[in-house]
Design a protein around this ligand. Structure first.
Ligand SMILES: [Zn+2]
Length: 184
């Protein structure tokens, strides 16, 4: 995207950062990548930072679970707070950092493909160790492992509306309501 690029019309989209409105039409005001928030129908243009963002200790990150074993899992971190990353990072989480209550196996708390919000608790040896112990942290988006349908929150339980099965996850308090940004 470069300044002046056509992005859409205000009847369809909200104009976000890096955009401007002229006569009902939304244009890019900067050079960067187009971001579409399909939840809020908001478009923005995100400027690539001069120095690459790096997950720091204490930062909240969003990532996708790429592999799970009994006692640990791997997460592809693609967002730091509300900033999407152009280079993703591999995060790891140990079972003792999942929840304040006892978790027997990772498979009781997460599934491959889940999108989670987690806190970086250590960056030792450039390994990003994550935790979802705090109330607001955990899965924010997931799909049914049987049918692929989006799992919804219904009466405080996670449920696949297609299979009608209840699912258990270490859920974030913002499950289903929270937005995450996908780079095109
Ligand atoms: Zn299902």
């Amino acid at each position: 995207m470069v300044p002046g690029d056509y992005l859409g019309v205000i009847e369809e989209f909200l104009s976000g950062g890096g955009t401007y409105i002229d006569d009902g039409t939304i244009y890019s005001s900067t050079t960067g990548h187009l971001l579409m928030d399909s939840h809020k129908r908001k478009i923005s243009v995100y400027q690539k930072p001069k120095s690459p963002l790096l997950p720091k200790e204490g930062a909240l990150v969003i990532g996708k679970i790429t592999s799970i074993r009994n006692k640990n899992l791997n997460v592809k971190i693609f967002q730091i707070r509300d900033k999407p990353l152009f280079n993703t990072f591999n995060g790891i989480m140990h079972i003792t950092d999942v929840s304040k209550s006892y978790v027997k196996t990772m498979l009781d708390a997460f599934h491959i493909g889940d999108i989670i919000r987690a806190k970086v608790i250590s960056t030792k040896n450039r390994e990003f160790h994550l935790s979802t112990q705090e109330h607001g942290l955990g899965v924010i988006h997931s799909k049914c492992s049987f049918c692929g349908h989006k799992i919804i929150l219904s009466q405080k339980r996670l449920k696949c509306p297609q299979c009608n099965k209840t699912k258990w996850r270490k859920m974030s308090s913002g499950y289903g309501k929270e937005d995450f940004i996908k780079l095109p």
